[in-house]
Design a protein around this ligand. Structure first.
Ligand SMILES: Nc1nc2c(c(=O)[nH]1)N[C@H]1C(S)=C(S)[C@@H](COP(=O)(O)OP(=O)(O)OC[C@H]3O[C@@H](n4cnc5c(=O)[nH]c(N)nc54)[C@H](O)[C@@H]3O)O[C@H]1N2
Ligand SMILES: Nc1nc2c(c(=O)[nH]1)N[C@H]1C(S)=C(S)[C@@H](COP(=O)(O)OP(=O)(O)OC[C@H]3O[C@@H](n4cnc5c(=O)[nH]c(N)nc54)[C@H](O)[C@@H]3O)O[C@H]1N2
Ligand code: SF4
Ligand SMILES: [Mo]
Length: 802
């Protein structure tokens, strides 16, 4: 009689940003279950995706061997042929080196799946190290759709990866959570658990979402804006706060650039040098109420030129400059005047949010401080995402809670070695990032190229030829707009290598395919779990739970091996991953052996420091890492690049207001949301998940459906100015009758339950991004209007598409 060996292994689920602490069960070396690990700071619950881990690991469609294409890219049959790892990696290295020699290393774009929807975080720093060592400034990773909305707020607060990514809501002490276009119940289970606990403790919750999604039905206030009008709503709430005096006047006075004087002639800050010949450029001017005179402000030290200054935040002054008498106003006056254009009634007409809710939101925010906020995909995929992000930054500034206990705080981090290798690439090479020329303040600043910039480089050789791509996951054709143009670009590449768990429509255009192991088949080092001080204090080396299926390898192994074959081994410890981990761990004081012995991780308790901007540094203050050293509610940097210095509301570029010519043919506003059962374009092949969400759906209000003769479950056609697709109608009473919510990512079949796949390229399929175009984008970031487009819906003819 055979015996079964059962083992339980402490780990965490790495499948999405939540990184939930978990316990894996194996039977005779096979993964059979994943359960929550409540002793882990993120382990109170697992979602259905995490529980489906065994289905992922043993899925029959997993890529198990390296393969090469034997037929042309235009051929529907790629003729995949199994090859050895040596052949796959040697061919890849030879191709990449030869293309770099001919066109420069910038002609090779590196792409990767987002760490929020995958376990690529295990390897992402190493992928960047490889890219840097190779010399490519081009990383294509959906930053313009996911991440930018938070990064843009770094122009306001001067923190590294923006707000609220770096400065997280401190949920255990917060008085009010503001979730704006963010649904943690679906997107980040561990965060929703903490938010629920905060609510039980008495914290208030405001949700801003066109749908009553996730925690919205438990919120103190659920606000339902027209998709993409969020900027106007934020400014409207800010207006009420300013008018009623419901804002932290002293924070604005001392820690924002609101008191600095702005010249009415140039719209730029008045400089002390405008008054006196010998003053440096970092010197700004404010009005000191106490001394009734102008006072010099030095941005480097964040100090005024004398002690005891009380800068005016409101006021208009006639200033005698070297150019004559110039009228100047404080930056705060300009902000106040801008906000005054968004009185609640006006906001109602723009956003469809009742005026009294604008007032209510302002009151609730003011009365239940400390406020913390999180904004995500709901405000990231618009042509005005940058300005929405800055408007939210302004609104949050008014609460004065940045860095406060219970506000958004920068949790301390365990000091670790930076292994991304940014020092391996020159500044001159960095300046060649695609997109930097056209959008210098956008993702290109962070070496991120948008898909459209990549496609343009491939198809038009502009600003230079893009000839190759190295893909670590990333389903560009399904995740980004203009699928057909994307396909044309991928077909035109000289060389494309793609590493993935599964074949996907993007990978299908590769020359070489590399099979990747699931996170359960490989180790992963995580230093800090972001969400809270407790979570940040944990270092965990996730154990390999089961042996890899087939010949699949981790992305990290692929990076180290490829680096060596590219001749870059000296930057990769000659291919020894453990040595790489040791370098990363060195500053932590924890060794690799310690971590291997303690699979639950090692806690190095960190204490949260509040209001660190008040720290003294020399004779000055830490302040904020912005050009003025203060929170920037007015950005001269934006002005200098031809953008508005204020977070003005911009109407979405494709809407009934900006494009009235489209209104009668496309009367509905089209937005979308992620599916709770799948990550992005993945997981439709897992039977337990697909059963929960069998068909691509479009949510519409019962009124909109009735008007069109549609009932629940009907197949409908979604038509935009860019094309049509099909989806199944789901009625949602919480929606405005003019708003519909689609889902992207449908292509995969699930044979186990007989659920079909969908053609990514045609009207018979259900690829939402096929019907959105890259033509109208955010001028700062290149963000695409996946979440504010126009469409119409009608009953589809014929039976189920497949
Ligand atoms: N289950 C699951 N979890 C995931 C993912 C997944 O695909 N599935 N993806 C991961 C990734 S990559 C990301 S980026 C995160 C995203 O996490 P979230 O940002 O929470 O993702 P969504 O649920 O798509 O969007 C949040 C809400 O925005 C709303 N929304 C749509 N348009 C607008 C708008 O114009 N304004 C406002 N205010 N709200 C709007 C939607 O109705 C939705 O409820 O989730 C991560 N986690
Ligand atoms: N219309 C619309 N479009 C959207 C969105 C939306 O809400 N609406 N969301 C946007 C957002 S927020 C994002 S982040 C992007 C996401 O787009 P992508 O970053 O492309 O993410 P996914 O579609 O989740 O996964 C892409 C591929 O990565 C593979 N993969 C998963 N894990 C790993 C791993 O560990 N290693 C490797 N090598 N591969 C792996 C998967 O198998 C899959 O084939 O899409 C964006 N596109
Ligand atoms: S939310 Fe689900 S998929 Fe994401 S880490 Fe947790 S269990 Fe895994
Ligand atoms: Mo994302």
């Amino acid at each position: 009689m055979s015996t079964t060996t059962v083992e339980t292994i402490t780990c965490y689920c790495a499948l999405c940003i939540s990184r939930c602490g978990a316990i894996a069960t194996t039977e005779n070396g096979r993964l059979t279950a994943l359960q929550p690990d409540p002793s882990h700071p993120t382990g109170r619950a697992l979602c259905a995706k995490g529980r489906a881990a065994p289905e992922l690991v043993y899925h029959p469609d997993r890529l198990l061997y390296p393969m090469k294409r034997t037929r042309p890219k235009s051929d529907p049959n790629p003729g995949w042929e199994r090859i050895s790892w040596d052949e796959a990696l040697d061919t890849t290295a030879a191709q990449l080196n030869s293309i770099a020699a001919r066109f420069g290393p910038e002609s090779v774009v590196f792409s990767a799946v987002s760490p929020s929807t995958s376990a690529i975080a295990d390897s992402l720093p190493w992928i960047h190290r490889l890219r840097h060592a190779f010399g490519s400034p081009n990383f294509c990773g959906a930053m313009e759709l996911c991440g930018w909305g938070r990064f843009a707020a770094s122009y306001t607060f001067g923190i590294p990866v923006g707000m609220p990514g770096t400065a997280m809501p401190e949920l255990e002490h917060t008085g009010c959570m503001l979730f704006w276009g963010y649904n943690p119940s679906s997107a980040r289970i561990a965060h929703s658990v903490s938010a629920g606990a905060a609510q039980k403790r008495g914290a208030r919750l405001i949700v801003v979402d066109p749908r009553e999604a996730g925690m919205a039905n438990r919120a103190d206030l659920w606000i339902r804006p027209r998709p993409g009008s969020d900027g106007a709503l934020a400014l409207g709430i800010a207006h009420v706060m300013i008018e009623r005096g419901w804002f932290d006047r002293e924070f604005v006075r001392h820690w924002t650039n609101g008191p600095l004087l702005v010249r009415s002639d140039s719209g730029r800050f008045l400089r002390w040098g405008d008054l006196e010949e010998s003053a440096g450029v970092g010197n700004y001017v404010a009005w000191d109420v106490r001394a009734d005179s102008l006072v010099r402000y030095d941005a480097d030290s964040r100090c005024y030129s004398r002690e005891g200054v009380q800068p005016a935040i409101d006021g208009e002054f006639e200033v005698t400059t070297r150019d004559g008498v110039i009228r100047c106003r404080t930056a705060f006056v300009l902000v106040r005047q801008m906000c005054s254009r968004y009185a609640p009634q006006i906001v109602e007409s723009i956003t469809w949010v009742p005026a009294d809710q604008v007032e209510e939101a302002a009151k609730l925010l003011w009365e239940s401080r400390p406020v913390s906020y999180f904004a995500w995909a709901g405000v990231e995929q618009h042509t005005n995402s940058t300005q929405i992000s800055r408007a939210l930054g302004l609104l949050y500034t008014l609460t004065g809670n940045f860095g406060d206990k219970g506000g958004n705080v920068q949790f301390e981090a365990i000091p670790a070695g930076n292994i991304t290798g940014s020092e391996l690439m020159t500044a001159a090479q960095r300046s060649r990032t695609l997109g930097l020329r056209d959008r210098p303040l956008g993702p290109a600043r962070l070496e991120n190229a948008t898909t459209e910039e990549v496609y343009h480089g491939v198809l038009d050789d502009d600003p230079y030829p893009v000839r190759a791509m190295v893909g670590f996951g990333a389903n560009l054709l399904m995740a980004h707009a203009d699928t057909l143009r994307g396909r044309e670009a991928l077909q035109a590449l000289d060389f494309y290598v793609h590493a993935d768990l599964f074949m996907n429509p993007t990978a299908a255009h590769a020359d070489i395919i590399l099979p990747v192991s699931t996170p359960f088949e490989r180790e992963g080092l995580k230093i800090g779990f972001e969400m809270s001080a407790e979570a940040q204090s944990l270092i965990q080396l996730r154990r390999r739970v089961v042996l890899p299926e087939g010949e699949s390898r981790s992305d990290t192994e692929i990076v180290f091996d490829l680096a060596t074959r590219l001749g870059l081994g000296e930057h990769f410890w000659d291919g020894d991953i453990d040595s790489g981990y040791r370098a990363q761990l060195a500053p932590t004081g924890v060794t690799l052996e310690d971590l291997r012995e303690n699979p639950a991780g090692i806690c190095l308790p960190l204490e949260t420091r509040y209001r660190t901007y008040e720290d003294r540094i020399g004779t000055g203050y830490r302040g904020f890492s912005t050009p003025t050293g203060k929170v920037e509610i007015f950005s001269e940097q934006f002005l200098d690049h031809g953008y508005s210095p204020l977070p003005e509301y911009e109407e979405p570029l494709i809407s009934h207001v900006s494009r009235p010519d489209l209104a009668s043919a496309f009367p509905l506003v089209l937005t979308c949301a992620h599916n709770i059962h799948f990550c992005e374009t993945q997981h439709r092949g897992l039977p337990s998940l697909r059963k929960l969400s069998r068909d691509p759906e479009i949510e519409l209000s019962p009124d909109a459906a009735a008007e069109r003769g549609i009932v629940r479950g009907d197949w409908v056609t979604i038509e935009t100015p860019h094309g049509t697709i099909r989806a199944k109608a789901r009625l949602n009473e919480s929606l405005d009758p003019c708003v519909v919510v689609g889902q992207h990512g449908w292509w995969q079949h699930c044979d186990a339950i007989g659920a079909p796949g969908y053609d990514p390229y045609s009207a018979a399929g259900s690829n939402l991004n096929l019907i959105v175009s890259n033509a109208e984008i955010d001028p700062v970031s290149g963000s695409v209007p996946h979440r504010s487009y126009v469409c119409d819906i009608r009953l589809a003819h014929g039976s189920d598409p497949c």
